[in-house]
Design a protein around this ligand. Structure first.
Ligand SMILES: *[C@@H]1O[C@H](CO)[C@@H](O)[C@H](O)[C@H]1NC(C)=O
Ligand SMILES: *[C@@H]1O[C@H](CO)[C@@H](O)[C@H](O)[C@H]1NC(C)=O
Ligand SMILES: *[C@@H]1O[C@H](CO)[C@@H](O)[C@H](O)[C@H]1NC(C)=O
Ligand SMILES: *[C@@H]1O[C@H](CO)[C@@H](O)[C@H](O)[C@H]1NC(C)=O
Ligand SMILES: *[C@@H]1O[C@H](CO)[C@@H](O)[C@H](O)[C@H]1NC(C)=O
Ligand SMILES: *[C@@H]1O[C@H](CO)[C@@H](O)[C@H](O)[C@H]1NC(C)=O
Ligand SMILES: *[C@@H]1O[C@H](CO)[C@@H](O)[C@H](O)[C@H]1NC(C)=O
Ligand SMILES: *[C@@H]1O[C@H](CO)[C@@H](O)[C@H](O)[C@H]1NC(C)=O
Ligand SMILES: *[C@@H]1O[C@H](CO)[C@@H](O)[C@H](O)[C@H]1NC(C)=O
Length: 700
């Protein structure tokens, strides 16, 4: 069938979507089942067209429906149907001439036409650029622990307005593709060349290169779904917290209602949504703390390519020059010294973005190659605040001199391989208890990350509550003490910076002493700028002072003097659980210890839910937690969660114990409250796990 440009009125819609629909292979009698129509609508309400018209009439590819639907698929359209290629094939799209094109490819690795998805290797070539080479959707999805893969490329303009997308199965293999989006791009997105770090006289010409979007992040803000993107460009913006390095999180900041963010001729709505510019991450309120760390994001990338790092800025806390001045490092090299957003744009609420290009060498380390983006205050201009700000971040890969963007398939991690071996060894013959448990737990393997999630979630449901799972905590009875400010000052050496053990939006936590150095305590001093008011402070004291439990960090007292709002808690000599789980300096916690901690936490919560603080408060999880939970749940559902087992525990955990643990953890994070077990049930499960684990110890 001939194909007419006007049929697709791309200029009106700015969106041309090909949907791989069964209908295109149904010849002769049309079936009337609703899903077999020419168009299909995804969960965002976008209309997808059938792809058949874009292939040559003699094409011998076929359409097939996925064997199973992964619960994490955002929408049936376009993922549940794929076109299967067993030989070279190509799509021909007619697009506006002299216009950059976004090409988004969607893949869902499932069994189609009874072909094993792990056997599919193929290349995709777009207008002569190798976008994917010997690509395995299966391996990639597994390595990323995602059910599906979406890849976004941006191709340089062509005079003729032709877009040719060739699908080339590797030898002896098949190819499949579930969805294609073709979107003409506004021409201001890659107008300017980017300076190459270290070679300032060698700018990278983006105009004639093809790019792959590696990361697109709303720093200090929320996930932005395609239908909430600006300019109707249907980009997806993710939250930045998973990419932050270490525990130095800085603080998130929001422009609030009083500051209006305005686009300008340099930064139009095509560049990024206002939501990106109206939220940010800054270093925090304390100049000394900020001076001593770098606010750093880390991204895994393929080695051997040039990457363009686009940083989006918008100042809304300050409005004068020299109030917040900082240096920017990419891969430990200074790319910008003395960045001052107000000096750049002249006023608050005006966005700006900067592109820095960097060549990433093969760093030949196990973790692969990385891009580090780090911010640090610059003191040389004597700014009013030692601080830094970032609102958004994008990383694009630039094609190499051979016009390729393709990297290698990720290597399955040693951990994954081990776990699979382990599973194989276990499956043939197990004790009857094992078999029973396996059946009960549905063969799920679990990970210690879930332990952390479990603890964090429950902890988050209670404001300010710090959970301590160690059973040797000192329980301090009696009433909540009121301290004089001088006592606190004495115990912290007048809030000496070297005693800071934690920092957050509320202020700082110091390690200190009371009673003339005889008792170690943790002292939380509210930052005067924090939003916590006196009333909240009182409520918190009232609430916390009623709680006494071996497994809960106790509030010892408070100090309210001279406008200071200070809380004094038990001191946890061994640091936070988070540090033990994520900080590589500390010896990794053995599994049994983790179980004991979880049990301790569950006991504390059981006490809170039944004994004392009251039904649990409904609080939203922080984004990092949501992300971890989603990720872990996804893995659990797929049953291939080996990747997220803490490597230091591999092979050291009784798998049945893990299964029970996983199941309990999974229930705890159910969407509906009614599906979640009571703390008492959780406790019983965990204690059973511990018994199993101890039983294994005896056996060994
Ligand atoms: C398929 O396409 C690739 C890349 O263009 C080419 O190298 C190969 O020879 C083609 N195979 C066949 C059978 O035409
Ligand atoms: C394709 O990739 C797989 C696994 O990454 C590898 O084993 C195979 O040799 C590759 N094939 C080609 C032609 O590069
Ligand atoms: C789009 O943004 C609005 C307002 O910020 C929000 O309420 C809505 O949930 C968002 N939609 C999606 C799909 O994220
Ligand atoms: C940057 O420097 C840190 C500390 O020296 C190092 O650990 C890290 O690997 C470096 N990052 C890159 C991308 O070179
Ligand atoms: C911040 O990063 C730069 C570049 O890697 C490094 O030179 C500097 O020492 C770091 N500063 C701190 C406080 O870590
Ligand atoms: C701070 O910024 C100034 C002005 O841009 C620059 O000359 C200086 O090198 C920067 N300082 C550092 C430590 O990078
Ligand atoms: C990307 O490919 C194009 C076309 O081959 C080429 O002109 C351009 O120089 C390449 N870009 C880089 C950075 O090598
Ligand atoms: C380009 O291809 C040639 C020949 O295959 C290869 O030797 C060269 O390393 C490639 N260049 C890059 C940057 O990968
Ligand atoms: C800290 O950890 C060590 C080693 O695990 C343990 O022996 C000690 O009792 C712990 N201290 C406290 C106060 O929990």
């Amino acid at each position: 069938m001939a194909f007419k440009v006007s049929d697709f009125d791309y200029l009106v819609n700015l969106l041309l979507v090909a949907y791989l629909n069964k209908m295109s292979t149904v010849s002769g009698k049309a079936t009337l089942e609703p899903q077999k129509s020419h168009n299909a609508i995804d969960s965002d309400g976008r209309k997808w067209n059938s792809d058949g018209n874009f292939l040559s009439p003699s094409d011998n590819s076929t359409i097939s429906e996925a064997l199973s639907r992964d619960p994490s698929l955002p929408s049936t359209v376009p993922y549940m149907n794929a076109r299967i290629f067993t030989s070279n094939s190509s799509y021909k799209f007619i697009v506006p001439p002299r216009t950059r094109i976004w090409l988004r490819l969607h893949f869902y690795p499932s069994r189609y036409n009874d072909l094993d998805p792990s056997k599919a290797y193929f290349s995709v070539i777009g207008n002569g650029f190798t976008l994917l080479n010997n690509f395995s959707v299966f391996i990639t999805a597994k390595a990323l622990t995602q059910a599906y893969i979406a890849r976004e490329f941006s191709l340089p303009p062509v005079e003729t307005g032709d877009l040719d997308v060739a699908i080339v199965p590797s030898e002896g293999s098949h190819a499949f593709i579930n969805g294609i989006e073709v979107i003409p791009m506004p021409d201001d997105l890659f107008r300017h060349p980017a300076a190459l770090v270290g070679y300032s006289d060698h700018p990278v010409d983006l105009h004639s290169s093809s790019l792959q979007t590696m990361f697109r992040i709303n720093v200090g803000g929320q996930f932005i779904a395609p239908n909430n993107d600006s300019g109707g460009l249907t980009r997806t913006w993710f939250d930045d917290s998973p990419y932050l390095l270490g525990a130095a999180f800085g603080v998130t900041s929001d422009a609030g209602k009083n500051i209006r963010i305005r686009y300008s001729k340099d930064v139009t709505e095509d560049i990024a949504p206002l939501n990106v510019y109206s939220t940010a991450r800054t270093m925090g309120p304390d100049p000394n703390v900020n001076w001593n760390y770098n606010l750093t994001w880390v991204f895994r990338v393929d080695p051997g390519f040039i990457y363009v790092v686009r940083l989006h800025f918008c100042e809304f806390d300050f409005n004068k020059v020299n109030q917040r001045v900082f240096d920017i490092f990419v891969n430990n090299q200074t790319v910008q010294s003395g960045a001052d957003i107000i000096a750049w744009v002249g006023s608050q609420g005006l966005p700006i973005y900067k592109d820095y290009a960097i060549h990433v060498e093969d760093q030949s380390r196990a973790s692969g190659s990385e891009i580090w983006v780090a911010l640090h205050p610059n003191a040389s201009t004597n700014p009013e605040h030692y601080d830094a700000i970032l609102n958004g971040l994008e990383v694009f890969k630039v094609n190499d001199t051979n016009a390729t963007l393709a990297g290698l398939n990720p290597e399955p991690s040693a951990m994954l391989v081990n776990a699979e071996e382990h599973e194989k060894e276990l499956s043939p013959s197990r004790s009857s208890l094992g078999r029973l448990l396996c059946r009960v737990a549905g063969g799920i393997f679990c990970c210690v990350t879930v332990a952390a999630i479990f603890v964090f979630i429950r902890r988050k449901t209670n404001y300010w509550l710090v959970i301590n799972g160690d059973s040797h905590t000192l329980t301090i009875g009696g009433h909540c003490r009121r301290f004089a400010l001088w006592e606190i000052k004495q115990g912290t050496n007048n809030f000496d910076e070297s005693k800071v053990i934690g920092i957050g939006g509320f202020g700082k936590v110091y390690k200190g002493t009371i009673d003339f150095g005889t008792t170690k305590v943790a002292i939380k001093r509210s930052n005067p700028n924090s939003h916590q008011g006196v009333k909240e402070f009182h409520t918190e004291i009232q609430m916390l002072s009623k709680l006494r439990h071996q497994h809960l960090v106790s509030l010892i007292g408070f100090c309210e003097e001279n406008g200071e709002m200070i809380l004094v808690y038990d001191y946890m000599a061994n640091g936070t659980l988070r540090e033990h789980l994520y900080n590589t300096d500390k010896t990794p916690l053995p599994w049994k210890k983790r179980l004991e901690i979880a049990i301790g936490a569950a006991k504390g919560l059981h006490y809170l839910h039944t004994g004392a603080a009251k039904p649990p408060l409904k609080r939203n999880l922080c984004r990092e937690q949501v992300c971890l939970v989603d990720w872990a749940l996804h893995c659990l559902r797929k049953g291939n969660v080996h990747e997220i087992i803490d490597p230091c525990l591999m092979g050291k955990v009784n798998p049945w114990c893990l299964e029970i643990f996983a199941e309990a953890a999974q229930k705890c994070v159910s969407d509906r409250g009614s599906d979640r077990p009571s703390m008492g049930d959780v406790l019983r499960n965990l204690e059973f796990c511990l018994q199993l684990e101890e039983y294994t110890d005896i056996q060994l």
